[in-house]
Design a protein around this ligand. Structure first.
Ligand code: UPG
Length: 428
């Protein structure tokens, strides 16, 4: 954008939390808003990592998952310690608006001191956000939507979330920064699938939540180039039959346990579907034979592809030969699958994922593999759900309906967001 456009356009400073699942929705929102006449500044690298944290970080670790708790606390401190740098950025840029993440609820206070209004943008689902606020505001009371909740074997996740929430309650009086958001709160998602949860979280917080839409690239990013190993993978997929292949991936942070690896591997073997499975391990490069059940890789042959570390997920999901997504139900993965009409075989792991998986079942665009009472992932259950979702018509049909509804909605949600933000910037 040239400097004259920059001078006339309302300028937004975006400040996501430094995690892949947070940065990408902020980038997608930024791209959409530039098409609606905004100029975007993007700030992510603020942490003074010279703080003793960096020397102690294990070399193979690429996420905060599995980070020793004392280092996690230190990392959080380092993030909070970036406040001073952030103030100077605000002073220098003097944006018309700050868009901030709920994990950095101190940012709007600094913006206020510089006379800059702020709007929160939450990258989690509305179902999860309303569920959490319900528990902040009404401890002990049952969530009004009965199908949404943790199962017995997942109770520790609820404890985990509430422990985080308690931290938030102490630091932010339970608002996670929503109170400081100017007029509205933005959230990733669409009224087409979450209307009642968007309304409920608005009631709970007294703040109008405005969904920004799925924020998924229309064509799965097919315009850009991919590396040679990815292009070889996509050529392999081209040769398979329509809707014959499942994509198996568990986001950017989680490492599967040995038991879950076995359950999924044996489950896949019991079906006839083709598959692409993205695997990563906390210890970095290890021999695949050590990680999969004995004989698995030979038995699979050309029916499956194992990808180490990272695959072009959206390109795979948009491909006509993909018929299902075995997913942990991270919110970005759910939105990508729904946007491309790919039915979900839900295998939630932790955090918000079980709640997102219940939503996927509720809207009918997928089915969950229900674990045994002790949390075990049963191969027969994995295979049965894959077969129902990929080979049967019912779930696929519902996923196609959801896609059609999201497509029909088009850019109307982002148009509304742009109108709201223009008015907060005082430009409408
Ligand atoms: O091989 C891969 C793996 C992931 N992705 C992309 O990475 C993102 C993954 O995001 P998500 O599905 O949300 O999973 P996580 O990375 O696990 O996200 C974290 O953040 C989410 C949003 O707050 C939460 O819902 C999750 O529980 C939490 O683990 C998606 O855009 C994927 O397309 C790839 O492109 N290739």
């Amino acid at each position: 954008m040239n400097s004259s456009t920059k001078n006339q356009s309302p300028r937004i400073l975006m400040f996501p939390w430094l995690g892949y699942g947070h940065i990408t929705p902020y980038l997608e929102l930024a791209k959409k808003l530039t098409t609606k006449g905004f100029f975007i500044h993007f700030s992510i690298e603020l942490v003074p990592l010279s703080l003793e944290v960096s020397s102690e970080l294990p070399a193979t670790l690429h996420t905060t998952n599995g980070l020793p708790p004392h280092l996690m606390a230190r990392l959080k401190e380092a993030f909070d310690g970036s406040a001073e740098n952030f103030s100077s950025i605000l002073r220098e840029l003097k944006p018309d608006l700050l868009v901030f993440d709920f994990l950095q609820p101190w940012a709007p206070l600094l913006a206020e001191a510089e006379g800059v209004p702020s709007v929160i943008f939450i990258t989690s689902s509305s179902v999860m956000t309303s569920f959490m606020f319900h528990h902040f505001k009404n401890p002990g009371a049952e969530f009004p939507y009965k199908e949404i909740g943790f199962r017995e074997h997942e109770s520790r996740f609820m404890d985990e979330l509430l422990a985080n929430a308690r931290d938030g309650v102490e630091r932010e009086k339970g608002s996670a920064g929503v109170d400081r958001s100017c007029g509205i709160a933005l959230i990733k998602g669409s009224r087409e699938i979450e209307a009642r949860y968007i309304d409920y979280v608005s009631v709970l917080t007294g703040k109008r939540f405005v969904p920004v839409g799925p924020l998924v690239q229309e064509d799965g990013g097919c315009g850009g180039s991919v590396g040679s190993s990815s292009s070889e993978l996509l050529s392999w997929l081209d040769k398979k039959e329509a809707k014959s292949t499942v994509f198996v991936s568990f986001g950017s942070e989680y490492f599967l346990s040995k038991e879950d690896m076995d359950g999924i591997a044996h489950g896949l073997l019991q079906t006839k579907v083709n598959f692409i499975w993205v695997v990563r391990f906390p210890e970095g490069e290890v021999a695949l034979e050590e990680k999969f059940p004995e004989g698995f890789l030979d038995e699979v042959g050309d029916r499956g592809r194992i990808v180490r570390g990272w695959a072009p997920q959206t390109r795979i999901l948009v491909h006509a030969n993909v018929g299902g997504f075995v997913s942990h139900c991270g919110w970005n993965s759910v939105m990508e699958s729904l946007k491309f009409g790919v039915p979900i075989i839900a295998v939630p792991m932790h955090l918000d994922q079980p709640i997102n998986a219940r939503l996927v079942e509720e809207i009918g665009a997928g089915e969950e593999v229900v674990r045994a009472r002790d949390g075990r992932l049963d191969a027969e259950a994995v295979a049965a759900v894959i077969n129902r979702v990929v080979v049967g018509d019912e779930v696929r049909g519902k996923a196609a309906d959801v896609k059609a509804r999201l497509d029909l909605k088009g850019d109307r949600e982002i148009d509304e967001v742009a109108r709201e933000l223009m008015s907060i910037c005082g430009k409408s």
